[in-house]
Design a protein around this ligand. Sequence first.
Ligand code: C2E
Ligand code: CA
Ligand code: CA
Ligand code: CA
Length: 282
Amino acid sequence: AKSSGRNGYAFFDQILHEQVRTRVEIEQALRGALDRGELSVHYQPIVDLANDELTGFEALMRWDHPQLGRVSPLEFIPIAEDTGLIVEYGAWLLEEAANQLVRWRAARADDLPPLHISVNISVRQLRDSALVGVVRRALRRTGLPASTLWLEITESGVMEDPETALATLRALRALGVRLAIDDFGTGYASLNYLRSIPARIVKIDRSFVAGVGEGSHNEAIVKAVVAMAHALGQRVVAEGVETVVQRDWLRAYGCDLVQGWLYGAPRSADAQVAWMDRTATA
Ligand code: C2E
Ligand code: CA
Ligand code: CA
Ligand code: CA
């Protein structure tokens, strides 16, 4: 019993040690990631349910480290937030994605609707007084029309410090960019705050999209969110749409836009172009 106890502790120690090392190692490695050229941007299509046409993309950060491999954003974004690195990396991604969109828009046929780009803004960025200037500069330097830039913010991002956040959001709105409430339903914001966020778009989190069309309780929630958003003049994007059943149900219940593996996973800009060409001729 004694030795198994010791082994038990040794095992526990090892797990603890590995977790700590991983976190510290990731943090260490993340510090130089941008300078070493390890960050990139992937783009995921957003599609209009009314006509199945591409309307734009969400830009998602990717990090490939020579030893750690590809680290999930779910793992490194929180660390980038804690360390404050997200401020620099987020500004880089914003300009990178805006540049890419300007190129795609120039290459797009005139009779097609102009593409938009959606960029995630973290809590930390929203608290940074320089954010409005960063966005303004990115628009000026890339020439991207402000109305085609969507900034995705989360309820928790606003709730952390509502007064400052709302002032920043109003300043961003004054630039002409569009605000989208991301992961809707997963945070703890009161309806009162949600109403005061000047957002044009609501993105329903994929945990609520799961099971729609199959009698899930989520159906009632999605219907209610669509009704509320439409009453407030907002458009609704459903995230994580993976099946035709989900898509057909979302279309029948008035959801406006969809995003998910059914229409395409996030891909590099080059891979995205190949995909667009293929689907355009399909
Ligand atoms: P998010 O903003 O909710 O982004 C959507 C996530 O859902 C992405 O994960 C995307 O790859 C994934 N996804 C898309 N379609 C499907 C689907 O059909 N099924 C499933 N199961 N998943 C799908 P990803 O790229 O791993 O990013 C995770 C999170 O990391 C994002 O969640 C966002 O919160 C954060 N993130 C990613 N890039 C950035 C960034 O540049 N800045 C900030 N602040 N956060 C970012
Ligand atoms: Ca997002
Ligand atoms: Ca989301
Ligand atoms: Ca999410």
